[in-house]
Design a binder for this molecule. Structure first.
Ligand code: 8X3
Length: 258
C-alpha cells in the first residue's frame, strides 16, 4: 500500500481504552497497541504521567492518535466522564481493564481491613464500573473485546497474599461471568494472568518502601511489562470468531522457585 492509499483509506481505525496506562503493563500495552495501528485512550489517575506516555507514543507510533483522560476507576462520576469522552470518539473496540494492584503482604491474622477494602474497590469494583460505563460504547463497534489484566494471584493463594488473592479471585469470577453474559452481544472477554512482572506493582504493595519492593525482583528472572503487552496486542488482533479465554504467563524462574 502506498502512503497515498494509506492516507485516503476510510477503513475503521480501531480505538482502545487502557486503564492504569500511566506506567508498567498499562503503559507498555498502550505503546504496543499504538505501534500496531490502534488509537488509544490513556486513562489513569496521574495525568502528568499519561502525558509522558502520550509523548512516547508520538515518538514510537506517530500515526496513532492518543487521548489522555484522568480517571479514578473507583469513582463512578470520574468513570462516567471517561465514558462521555469515549462516546464523543464514536465508541471503543477494545477495553483493557488494567488498573488495580496490591496493598500489603500481611498474614490473614494481621491484615489491614482498609487495605483489603482498597484492593476490592480497585480490582473488582473498578473493573466492574469501567466495563458497565463503556459497555454501550463497545457494542457500537464491529468486533468488540474486553481484556482483563488479572493475575496468577486470582488462581491460587500465597502466604501474605490473602487480601490481594481475594480481590483477584473476585476479578476472575467477574471475568468468567462477563464472558458468558457478553457473548450474546458479540463482546469477547479475555483474562490475562501475569505472574511476577518487574513494575511499580511491588512499590505500591509496600506503600513506597523501595528496598522491600526491589528485593522482590532481585536475584531472580522477571517478566517485563512489554512481555504482557505483546500478549494483549496478540489477543486484540484475533479475528472476531475467535475467543482467547485465558492466558497465564509467568517467568520460568517463578515456576522453578514456587
Ligand atoms: C502479581 C503477581 O506473582 O507478582 O499480580 O504476585 S505476583
Amino acid at each position: 500500500m502506498t502512503a497515498a492509499d494509506n492516507n485516503t483509506s476510510s477503513a475503521h481505525r480501531r480505538l482502545a481504552v487502557v486503564t492504569g496506562a500511566s506506567a508498567g503493563i498499562g503503559e507498555a500495552t498502550a505503546v504496543s497497541l499504538a505501534v500496531d495501528g490502534w488509537d488509544v485512550v490513556l486513562a489513569a489517575r496521574r495525568p502528568e504521567k499519561l502525558e509522558a506516555v502520550a509523548s512516547r507514543i508520538n515518538e514510537e507510533a506517530p500515526d496513532a492518535t492518543t487521548h489522555v483522560v484522568k480517571v479514578d476507576v473507583t469513582d463512578k462520576e470520574s468513570v462516567a466522564e471517561l465514558a462521555a469522552r469515549v462516546s464523543e470518539l464514536g465508541g471503543v473496540d477494545l477495553l483493557v481493564n488494567n488498573a488495580g494492584g496490591a496493598r500489603g503482604l500481611d498474614s490473614v491474622v494481621d491484615g489491614d481491613v482498609e487495605d483489603w477494602r482498597w484492593m476490592y474497590e480497585a480490582n473488582v469494583i473498578g473493573t466492574l464500573q469501567v466495563t458497565q460505563a463503556l459497555f454501550g460504547e463497545l457494542t457500537r463497534t464491529p468486533a468488540p473485546q474486553v481484556i482483563n489484566i488479572v493475575s496468577i494471584a486470582g488462581r491460587w493463594g500465597y502466604r501474605g497474599g490473602a487480601g490481594y488473592n481475594a480481590a483477584k479471585f473476585g476479578e476472575t469470577a467477574l471475568s468468567d461471568v462477563m464472558r458468558i453474559e457478553f457473548a450474546e452481544k458479540g463482546v469477547r472477554v479475555c483474562q490475562i494472568d501475569p505472574g511476577r512482572v518487574e513494575t511499580e506493582f511491588s512499590l505500591n504493595r509496600f506503600k513506597g518502601d523501595a528496598a522491600k519492593a526491589d528485593a522482590v525482583y532481585e536475584d531472580v528472572i522477571n517478566l517485563q511489562a512489554a512481555d504482557i503487552a505483546e500478549t494483549v496486542r496478540w489477543v486484540a488482533d484475533r479475528p472476531a470468531h475467535m475467543d482467547v479465554d485465558t492466558v497465564m504467563i509467568r517467568p520460568v524462574d517463578q515456576n522453578l522457585k514456587a
